[in-house]
Write a protein that binds this ligand. Sequence first.
Ligand code: GLN
Length: 447
Amino acid sequence: SYLDNIEKRDGDVQAYLYLNAEAAIEKAKVIDAKRAANEPLGALAGIPMAIKDNMCTVDMPTTCASRILEGYYSPYNATVVEKLYGADAVILGKLNMDEFAMGSTTENSYYQKTHNPYDLERVPGGSSGGSAAAVSAGEAMFTLGSDTGGSIRQPASFCGVTGLKPTYGAISRFGLIAFASSLDQIGPIARTAEDIACVLPTLMGHDSKDSTSAVFDVENYMKHLNQDVRGMKIAIPEAYFGDGLNDEVRKVVLEAAETFKAMGAKVEHVNMTNVAYALPAYYLISSAEASSNLARFDGVQYGYRHEDFETLEELYMKSRSYGFGKEVKRRILLGTYALSSGYYDAYYKKALQARTLIKRDFDKVFEQYDLVLTPVAPTTAYKIGEKSSDPLEMYMGDIYTVPVNIAGLPAISLNAGFDQQGLPVGMQLIGKTFSEATLLRAADAYE
Ligand code: GLN
């Protein structure tokens, strides 16, 4: 049925970069046979899902939506992919994204533009635009995205679905092609918090192959659902509701806060002064890390290599010039500049100092509150092409999501309501580290 939906809708939506239909059907048959024979089955047996194309898969290409990895097959699976296969999930294919996860609209893909299922003329958000659009269009029951500065939460918000960015270190990054290693985190997108609670334990857990992977107890998140939010303390930081926030988005999100109040939560306004530094700090740190991480794409070891060269230097130069898109090159330049001698103290080091201050802001709020409630993005989904010529304006759209990555916290993006045009408005709930159960409980109560 999901393959039928893909057949019907993906010509318009264009969420999939690669469809593994035959293998998926084979896998489903094997699961059916096991079930008929009463053999033990994994926790996600038969559930059709799909993966953002920056997670390594042996049996499907992994391109990061970049020309530089065109046709690339990884010799190993990402840990999450191994875990999904181990749980008998059915992987339908690989999903479109902004090249190397840099962007907020999925327009930066080398291969195709993904369209928002609510209005095909609009962007699905990004960089996990394919992952959010696929769930929204009924082309997968759940998907995996990655979130470095909002790339799970913002597309979930634009496409009217639910997305979780887990605590940094909760899901292994082994086999996730790195953008900014200290910020990147894999997470699920699904129709509801309940679906996320169902799939999350399979994805989580310590992995010795990822040196930043955390050691912690994976909970049964389903146990925390169908409860109320009575007595929960929710903070609303003024800094997230200032100038630049669209009035309709503000209204819908503040109404959602009222709904939490009506359900018995305590909702109060708070001050968080240092989040104002989050956006510049994010673009410095993420670009610095990206410039280093992307140095490995040299035209020798992986993917695309320019044909016409005489020296090794020229091979590197041409392969990278033609292999990377405009936005990726912009980030590499920004990051290389920020890290270069003479500028390091002024930019990168300053950004790390801001990072500490932002973390402290959150620590302080979480001494008194269980959750922080904010908008996900300043606007609802905009038209394809509307912001693509102005990178700075595009970066501004990440203002409410990046503080979470800077602080390593978990956050969930869920649908709060709709604007007057019928476009989905998302709200974000942020929790302290490893408070996924609280986030899911509150999101589920609202849904
Ligand atoms: N839009 C942000 C950026 O372009 C976030 C991307 C992400 O989370 N991968 O960097």
